[in-house]
Design a binder for this molecule. Structure first.
Ligand SMILES: [Zn+2]
Length: 489
């Protein structure tokens, strides 16, 4: 399956390393259409587990799934001025269908605000119909010029939540709540720590009142915007005549939110946890959590070891019945592939835990567990293997988050940095830089121009520095907000 050539190291060329890992761990492949990707089972298995966890979280917060069409009348995009300006350059347009020129061209959705709020306008009459809390799992198309597998592709998979509320404050609470859901998911499932906060006007979603984001620091010290949540105000409600009969009488425009995460998260997971051997998948998202590699020389040994492997699997399944859905196990009984080659391949593919099972182990009623994250080995008794594996997987999940958070903090710089040093840092190894900002968009634009760094977020209170910065990083005027700067994907 996998070839034996060593991966390019992260140190030598992070970008080449990333592409090689994605291809060789069989997460995705290039497609015949430029800029599109094929997601392979090892990558799709991660996405499916992400979907399942997020879907549960959306439903637990009162949302229902629905589905809206891929095609949107072109005129819809033009109804919200900022929205069309933001998306028009990257929209794919269908002009012909069934061999005929269409009367009105259709756009392939780059996002679904317009079509969804046009439908909400039909469905909402009174304050009693609110809030309306909808999510859809879908694909969208954005005609990007420079593409990277998972990170930026012409077509990608995502979910987009869309809600309508009676008041600004309810919409604001919803936008903040979903940002919290994302950040819980990213830390709890992906073991990827994020900073949450508000986007500046320059970085805000086209058509939104306010955009909030989760930002993670990748191993090359570039930021990844991992998820966004928007308070759309009444902009789309006004454009699509989404009105309701208010409780105290009279017609009012609804307040909307939208929020989304995409298959980009799989790329984020690779760049957060991968090492020079391959990808490392946190147990909660791993399509296979434990692989058992039997070791034998003779046929007789083979029979004995495979029997023991089956016993182990049974033990684990028994344990699983006590804790449903916990364990996903694979016995790699391929013949003609040496154990060492199997280890190499499963490490490349990121399986969090493997068990080596040889004749001497079986004689001693044990197996050897090897962690993918630290590569530490631990012999375990075959009698208690269910418990031991479950516990170790939980430990790996926690340790991966701690390691990722330590790395991020070691690569975060707080204040007391001159603009020259900041420029050097952005051109060199990169970082999250917490610094003061005067609030002037011109200053922000100039920094971007000179360093390619952008304000990732104006961080939420829990991420802010103990002492608020006094002056702007660039101009030295009084700071009005602490900002987190980085170059970004
Ligand atoms: Zn300034």
């Amino acid at each position: 399956m996998a070839d034996d050539k060593k991966l390019t190291t992260r140190e030598a060329d992070f970008s080449a390393w990333y592409n090689e890992v994605v291809l060789r761990a069989e997460l995705a492949d290039y497609s015949p259409v430029r800029g599109c990707m094929v997601i392979r089972p090892n990558g799709y298995g991660i996405w499916e587990r992400m979907q399942r966890a997020l879907d549960d979280m959306f439903k637990a917060t009162g949302h229902e799934n629905a589905y809206f069409p891929l095609f949107i009348p072109e005129s819809f995009l033009h109804k919200e001025a900022e929205h069309v300006e933001g998306f028009a350059p990257e929209v794919a347009v269908v002009t012909h269908g069934g061999g005929k020129k269409l009367e009105e061209p259709l756009i392939v959705r780059p996002t679904s605000e317009t079509i969804i709020y046009s439908m909400f306008a039909k469905w909402v009459q009174s304050y009693r119909d609110l809030p309306l809390l909808i999510n859809q799992w879908a694909n969208v198309v954005r005609w990007e010029m420079r593409t990277r597998l998972f990170l930026r592709t012409l077509e990608f998979l995502w979910q987009e939540g869309h809600t309508a509320h009676a008041t600004h404050d309810e919409a604001e609470e919803e936008a903040r709540q979903m940002l919290g859901v994302y950040s819980d998911f990213m830390e709890g499932h992906m073991a990827m720590p994020v900073i949450t906060g508000l986007k500046t006007n320059a970085e805000r979603f086209a058509g939104a009142l306010r955009t909030y984001a989760c930002e993670a620091l990748m191993q090359d010290n570039k930021a990844l915007q991992a998820g966004t949540s928007h308070n759309l105000g009444q902009n789309f409600a006004k454009a699509f005549d989404l009105k309701f009969q208010a409780e105290h009488g009279g017609q009012e425009f609804a307040w909307n939110t939208s929020w989304g995460v995409s298959t980009r998260l799989v790329g984020g997971l690779v760049m957060t946890h991968g090492d020079d051997v391959g990808v490392r998948i946190p147990p909660l998202l791993a399509p296979t959590e434990l692989v058992i590699v039997p070791i034998y020389k003779s046929d007789d040994e083979r029979t004995r070891i495979l029997e023991a492997a089956d016993r182990v699997e049974q033990k684990l399944l028994d344990w699983e019945r006590r804790d449903p859905g916990r364990l996903r196990i694979h016995i790699d009984d391929r013949e003609g592939v040496k154990p060492g080659a199997k280890y190499y391949e499963w490490e490349l593919r990121g399986v969090p835990l493997r068990m080596e099972l040889g004749p001497r182990d079986v004689d001693n009623n044990q197996g050897v567990l090897v962690r993918r994250d630290t590569r530490a080995k631990k012999p375990v008794s075959l009698d208690t293997v269910g418990e031991d594996v479950a516990e170790l997987l939980m430990r790996i999940q926690e340790d991966m988050l701690i390691a990722a958070r330590d790395r991020r903090e070691a690569n975060s710089v707080r204040h007391k940095i001159s603009y020259d040093d900041f420029k050097d840092l952005m051109e060199g190894k990169g970082a999250f830089v917490y610094a003061g900002w005067c609030g002037d968009a011109a200053c922000e634009a100039q920094i971007k121009e000179e360093t390619k760094a952008t304000i990732r977020v104006l961080p939420d209170e829990e991420f802010r520095s103990a002492e608020a910065p006094a002056t702007c990083l660039k101009c030295g005027r009084a700071s009005t907000a602490e900002a987190v700067w980085a170059r970004a994907y």
